[in-house]
Design a protein around this ligand. Structure first.
Ligand code: SPV
Ligand code: MG
Length: 433
């Protein structure tokens, strides 16, 4: 009987290095490719451009590959135990860097099972990570970007979104990555906030900045990023206008719009009952959701209904009644908002909502209950956490400090400590030189 050899791969960007390792592996027997699923990848790297099925089609047609099976975990161990290969093959690049522990456990399990680990010299000058950087500089397509939010919701325990009001915020969210033990942490996408879009223009958050203006800013973000964007659609406006809004966003590759169930002059929710917050009737808001869904071209764009009951001082039972009706009307998810500092009302809502709808995505915006960790939100059943205003709030105090310092000192030297170095700003944007 032919020997079995296992090769794990993401297989998103094909290059000669991968063909080399497939060839080498096939010399030992039947080559099983363990193809990483979105779920296996999501906590470690960005999602592949191609879906699992698309990558599978490519890999299973490469000469030397006998079979493609899903690898659902970043660790090789579950599949090594399941398929019990005689060999596993891997590039020798995992001897250094943060894959060393993965390598260690693979050796242990292969030894236990009487198998062997084959390490092949890494093909110099070409690897998926540097190709990935180059692809990023080319950008993405509206279609791939649009779909990526639904994929992330499926693949990740919780999707982490940060507010972006300009291209610079977009670049930070796109590129910032920190190491946390064996994992990398990064943001999954961007929130186009009505509060920060308005504030950055010196306007109040009352739907005074029109869609055309907001699209101009969004376009700057779209040009320099590839991650998904969730658009804060305020009340969605008149139904007759809303249908055009969803189409514009969908056409531009935005993944979702969140609309809140309020009518009249919209005031920011964080005023709570200090401002008049008039909610739409359930029927009226359901009609808006239905009209939006009917206007869409794709099945991928999400219309998420935002429930303002807790903001308006009403009980969780009112929020639930509305949430159930909105989902019935076709909403692709719900956002529950509150300005309560404990987060208890949100938790109560999430548990009750989850009993009826185990899978409909829940979105939260923990601005006032910011002490709650993502892991806890996740345990309540939350799918998306939005940090809704932090880039603008972080920038403003630094700008005031720098301006104050110049006034106090009548020169700019002292303001330097609040500013990024000139060298850094010149190197920040590729092509500046
Ligand atoms: C926004 O960011 O504009 C929001 C969230 O809608 S909140 O400001 O909390 O209402
Ligand atoms: Mg808003």
């Amino acid at each position: 009987m032919a020997k079995k050899i296992y090769l794990g791969m993401i297989g998103d960007i094909m290059h000669p290095g991968l063909i080399n390792i497939i060839r080498e592996g096939a010399k030992y027997g039947d080559l099983i490719v363990g193809l990483f699923t979105d779920k296996a990848i999501a906590n470690h790297k960005r999602l592949p451009y191609l879906s699992y099925e698309q990558r599978k089609r490519v890999i299973e047609n490469i000469k030397g590959v006998s079979e493609v099976v899903p690898q659902d975990d970043w660790s090789y161990i579950p599949n090594l135990k399941k398929y019990k290969p005689d060999y596993i093959i891997h590039g020798d690049d995992w001897k250094s860097g943060n894959e060393q522990e993965l390598r260690q456990e693979v050796f242990e399990v292969m030894n236990e099972q009487g198998g062997r680990v084959i390490e092949v010299p890494y093909t110099k000058g070409i690897d998926s990570s540097s190709l990935d950087k180059e692809i990023k500089s080319i950008g993405t397509t509206p279609d791939i970007r649009l779909k990526s939010l639904r994929r992330l919701i499926k693949a990740k325990p919780i999707v982490r979104i940060l507010e972006a009001h300009d291209g610079l915020c977009g670049l930070i969210i796109e590129n910032l990555e920190i190491k946390k033990g064996l994992k990398n942490a990064s943001f999954d996408g961007m929130w186009s906030s009505s509060l920060t879009d308005s504030t950055s223009k010196g306007k109040p958050d009352i739907e005074a900045v029109d869609l055309t203006t907001r699209m101009q800013d969004l376009n700057n973000i779209l040009e320099c990023t590839t991650k998904p964007i969730i658009f804060d659609g305020d009340t969605g406006g008149k139904i007759e206008h809303f249908v055009f809004t969803v189409r514009t966003l969908e056409r531009n590759g935005i993944s979702a719009i969140i609309i809140e169930d309020k009518v009249g002059l919209k005031k920011n929710s964080l005023f709570g009952t200090d401002a008049v917050q008039t909610q739409d009737s359930i029927e009226g808001f359901c009609n808006k959701i239905r009209a939006g869904k009917n206007a869409l071209i794709t099945k991928d764009f999400m219309i998420i209904s935002r429930i303002e009951s807790l903001i308006a001082g009403k009980p969780v039972s009112d929020a639930l009644e509305r949430a159930f009706a909105y989902v019935e009307a076709g909403a692709d998810g719900v956002m529950i908002h509150s300005k309560n500092k404990s987060g208890e009302d949100i938790k109560e809502f999430c548990f009750a909502f989850r009993e009826k709808h185990p899978l409909v995505p829940i979105v939260v915006v923990p601005t006032t209950y910011s002490q709650i960790y993502e892991e806890e939100l996740c345990s309540w059943g939350v799918n998306i956490v939005i940090y809704a205003n932090h880039m603008l709030r972080a920038a403003y105090p630094a700008m005031v400090k720098a301006a104050t310092s110049i006034l106090e000192n009548e020169r700019a030297a002292e303001a330097g400590e609040y500013c990024m170095p000139i060298k850094e700003i010149l190197e920040l944007i590729p092509g500046t030189k």
